[in-house]
Design a protein around this ligand. Structure first.
Ligand code: FAD
Length: 356
């Protein structure tokens, strides 16, 4: 029997797509080697990125005006949310889908071959298998601890804080502090390497986090629950049959993809292409943004983010979230370039422009 859609991979992207497929009355088959695996990562997103169909109770905490620090403080006029991961997974209900516990080994437009040897045919097959790690792919890494809000007293929610009180050598690759409420009186404090090839390792990030928190009057005693982050920020390929990180949804310069997948799931389930032409062009621009970021001398990164967070909020939003907004992304990147000191413009132009 041919089903309407087979979704390979049950991470946030695949599960959201399967969920919306069922909501549209499609017959849905999902394939994942561990379909019951519980997600544990802390997912966050801008509130205005979340689709209207999403159960609003998946938002565990919201920060109205998160703060970013380059060399100075910026208040961001956009609400940031931290999701309740377990609730998110539950709310993307796939009751009614045929669930196959297996690995997809060969995927094409209308059929998928499984490691067990079986083949499934479908009107559409979507690859949402995520991204495998590889030394060629830039990664984001982080080391975080979860503390009681009282212990973090005085620390405001921080989208990113690039100040230099983490004990790192000034010429070493930079990392920033991410500090968000998780709801229920808990806070996640995470030292993050935004993108590196290779990225900073967990031991270095832990040392920096401890140093930074100590210098802000927060002592850790080693009993705090830990979150470790490591995932590729590049490598997905835009295409009609791919979705989520596998399909190039990861913003290469921020690492975010979950909200973009949630936002696109309904239209893609209904048959739209995940990649209109404008989206492919944005993907290229964003990849240039990653090259720029990787080329920046560590000492200049805070200046770069000062310039970014001084852009008009529409431009910030377009760059961070406008996956298919070509004019908005191009305008944001142009404005950012213009706002940078001449010295940095030269570094970035050399990194970004195609070589002959
Ligand atoms: C600790 C942590 C925190 C993070 N925080 C954020 C955040 O705040 N915001 C954000 O946007 N992103 C965040 N990320 C990144 C985010 O996790 C990924 O971008 C996201 O999971 C990608 O979703 P996906 O569904 O496309 O792929 P994945 O989550 O990688 O899911 C892929 C699925 O495919 C399955 N699979 C693999 N191979 C096969 C196969 N051969 N056949 C069938 N199935 C297969 C896997 O079992 C898995 O279930 C974080 C990551 C970590 C580790």
């Amino acid at each position: 029997m041919t089903v309407d859609i087979v979704v390979c991979g049950l991470g946030p992207a695949g599960r959201a797509l399967a969920h919306r497929g069922l909501a549209h009355g499609l017959s849905v088959t999902v394939v994942d080697p561990a379909p019951e695996r519980r997600w544990t990562a802390t997912y966050a997103a801008w509130l205005d990125e979340l689709p209207g169909w999403l159960d609003p109770t998946v938002v565990a905490a919201a920060v109205d005006r998160p703060v970013a620090w380059g060399t100075r403080r910026h208040e961001l006029g956009r609400t940031y949310t931290v999701l309740d991961t377990a609730k998110l997974q539950e709310s993307l209900d796939i009751t009614g889908a045929q669930v196959i516990s297996d690995r997809a080994t060969d995927i094409d437009r209308n059929s998928v071959t499984l490691a067990s040897g079986a083949t499934i045919t479908a009107e559409r097959v979507i690859d949402a298998r995520g991204l495998a790690r590889s030394p060629e792919r830039a990664e984001q890494t982080a080391y975080g601890v979860i503390v009681d809000e009282q212990r973090a007293a005085g620390l405001e929610p921080l989208f990113m804080d690039w100040r230099t009180d983490n004990g790192a050598n000034p010429d070493a690759p930079r990392s920033f502090l991410y500090a968000v409420p998780l709801g229920g009186g808990a806070m996640l404090l995470e030292e993050t390497c935004l993108a590196g090839r290779p990225a900073l390792d967990s031991t270095e990030l832990r040392t920096r986090l401890q140093h930074r928190l100590r210098s802000r009057g927060i002592e850790l005693d080693g009993t705090e629950p830990v979150e470790r982050v490591r995932f590729p920020v590049e490598g997905g390929r835009p295409g009609r049959g791919r979705f989520g990180a596998a399909g190039g949804f990861t913003h290469p310069a921020t690492g975010y993809s979950v909200a973009a997948s949630l936002a696109a799931a309904d239209a893609v389930a209904a048959g739209a292409s995940p990649w209109p032409r404008s989206g492919r062009a944005v993907h290229k621009l964003r990849s240039a943004g990653l090259r720029a970021l990787l080329a920046l001398p560590p000492n200049d990164i805070p200046l770069f983010f000062d310039a970014f967070f001084t852009l008009h909020p529409h431009s910030q939003r377009a760059y961070l979230s406008g996956r298919t907004d070509l004019p908005g992304t191009a305008a944001a990147m142009t404005a950012l370039f213009a706002a940078l000191p001449m010295r940095l413009r030269h570094t970035l132009a050399t990194a970004v422009l195609p070589r002959r």
